[in-house]
Design a protein around this ligand. Sequence first.
Ligand code: CA
Length: 244
Amino acid sequence: MSDAQAGASFVLVVEDEPTIQALIARTLRQHAFQARIALRRDEVLALAGDEACAAVLLDLGLPDDDGMDIARALRERSDVPILMLTGRAAVRERVSGLEAGADDYIVKPFDSEELVARLRAVLRRKPRVERRRPRAVAIRLGAGQLDLATREFAGPSGSEKLTEQELRLLRAMVDNDGPLARASAYGLVFGRKWEPTDRSLDVHVANLRRKLKAALGGRDPIATLRGKGYELSASASLETEDGG
Ligand code: CA
């Protein structure tokens, strides 16, 4: 995903089967939807919590997780439209999925036109504007504050301009419950899967840490938890346009 697309609304695709995932992504693009892909539960919940997430296409048969549980977890947090993807024979599954809070389901294999029609119907029934929460305008971190529009982080010892990736990284750490795992960070910050040889996250964390420390006057607000990921050690909160 390019920086220019970062603020655009997107459909979150939770589907592990590569051919179906590719078909969905292509179909969405052809119909002018942005697609973002996530498979891990923490990533799905974080991305679905983003106000730019228009809907979630959720496969019930995931290798490492239960789509039904994810649907319930999503529903506890928001009323983002959920369109489930289920196997042909699983009638019981479809009923359970609807009970878990999905808005509609689509049976595999499906036609791309049907997918778009179902998605549009769900979006019409639950237009985003009705569930829009106050927009975040700033992140307070320790004694400093980041302006989300200008990406300027101002602290007692000075001001530093963050890159788009550094901003997303900090936002992901603020939004995440508990440490931000490496694999999740790749999905949230770069929109791609983590490969063990990929060191770009370390570079962005180091740069972000250096800037925050400089503005805060030497205190390191990012804790590295071995084998778990990154966590903010300073108090952090979002400030919204309505003053919340
Ligand atoms: Ca699957």
